[in-house]
Design a protein around this ligand. Structure first.
Ligand code: WQD
Length: 336
């Protein structure tokens, strides 16, 4: 299949590109490099041993995007493109709604106009909001999101559902990611957050490499085994393989699927696992809770196994080793 990856130079998309090639598919990348680096594409080509067609276009620019459909017969789209910083979304809600919603509507219109009937959407567990119970299952209520970023994911799921209901030929898979971490085993591609990382693993890695002084653990008074927040961390390569399986999955209409491990680890579990896997001490302090955080979030991953014949295989040690391998070989990320 020829598959268009919007936001294709990003962290999860670049790893997905490699797995698509390994599975015999042909990826095409479109990215405006708002939150990614062109160098990532060069690294992907190096790892794939082949060139990857790419277009530097804003997905919201439908006219510019139409060139891609004139030059290629696209079989499926994986829609990664979108702003994704929780904190930034609180400060700039209109930019988040405009960009994330407009880009999605642009993609849907291009699909209709060009006879593309398959889309896989990069959604997030954040759509479950302040869930009452765990593990989170796909049929549990969504909404009650705690930030505009989460609401854009929730709204886009609704847009794509209505789009599929109005166009019976459409095949829509909504993938709800839990907490992606890790990197390709080569250490040549990985997560390269802009500025100070919001997320735990890149923050730990930047403390380990000496770029940041100390990790602040946001609260140790949650109702969890050790008091720190519990999350379902999933290796980015497992996540990438889940996208390949979703592209190959033939469903009519809409399917919502969790991509997680089904196992929750606390912040202190992650710090300890990172220290033991890499032989590095992580300097941390206990800080107040971060507004909007929930105590515990992890997936019920059984639907992905049943429908996609997919399950996460990488271990916590793999996640810690591969994260560190990327960081230590790229202390400044892609800005060599
Ligand atoms: C994990 C745990 C923090 C940083 C977010 C988005 C979600 C998805 C994944 C896009 C929590 C604790 C963190 C730090 C800490 N993104 N922590 N110190 O908040 O579960 O999910 O990223 O789809 O939509 O909401 O991930 O890595 O920020 O936090 O103690 O410096 O680590 O409190 O318990 P989160 P996270």
């Amino acid at each position: 299949m020829k598959i268009l990856l919007t936001g294709g130079a990003g962290y999860i998309a670049s790893h997905t590109c490699i797995e698509l090639v390994k599975s015999g598919h042909t990826p095409i990348i479109v990215d405006n490099f708002y939150n990614s680096q062109k160098e990532a594409i060069s690294r992907v080509e190096e790892l794939c041993g082949q060139s990857i067609p790419f277009y530097e276009i804003d997905v919201c620019d439908k006219e510019a995007m139409s060139v891609i459909f004139k030059e290629h017969t696209i079989d499926a789209i994986i829609h990664f493109a979108g702003y994704k910083a929780v904190g930034e979304s609180v400060a700039k809600p209109l930019a988040y709604y405009k960009n994330n919603i407009d880009s999605t509507i642009s993609v849907c219109e291009l699909m209709k106009e060009n006879g593309v009937t398959k889309i896989v959407f990069s959604s997030s567990a954040t759509v479950y909001g302040l869930a009452e119970k765990v593990p989170l299952k796909e049929d549990m209520p969504t909404g009650g999101c705690t930030n505009p970023y989460g609401w854009t994911k929730y709204m886009i799921e609704q847009i794509l559902t209505d789009f599929a209901n109005a166009n019976k030929e459409m095949n829509v898979v909504l993938l709800r990611y839990f907490n992606p971490v890790g990197a390709h085993e080569s250490g040549r591609i990985g997560e390269d957050p802009v500025g100070i990382p919001n997320n735990l693993m890149p923050y730990i890695c930047q403390v380990a490499v000496g770029k940041l002084k100390q990790l602040a653990i946001f609260g140790d008074d949650y109702p969890t085994p050790d008091g720190t927040g519990v999350r379902d961390y999933i290796h980015v390569v497992d996540l990438a393989l889940g996208h390949v399986a979703a592209c190959e999955f033939d469903c009519k209409g809409v399917e919502v699927i969790n991509l997680g491990t089904g196992v929750g680890y606390s912040v202190l579990d992650m710090v300890k696992a990172f220290e033991e896997a890499n032989g590095i001490k992580i300097n941390y302090t206990i800080a107040p809770r971060r507004p909007g955080d929930i105590a515990t979030c992890y997936s019920d991953a059984t639907k992905a196994k049943k429908l996609l014949h997919w399950e996460a295989k990488h271990t916590l040690v793999d996640m810690c080793k591969d994260s560190w391998n990327w960081q230590k070989n790229n202390p400044k990320g892609y800005n060599k």
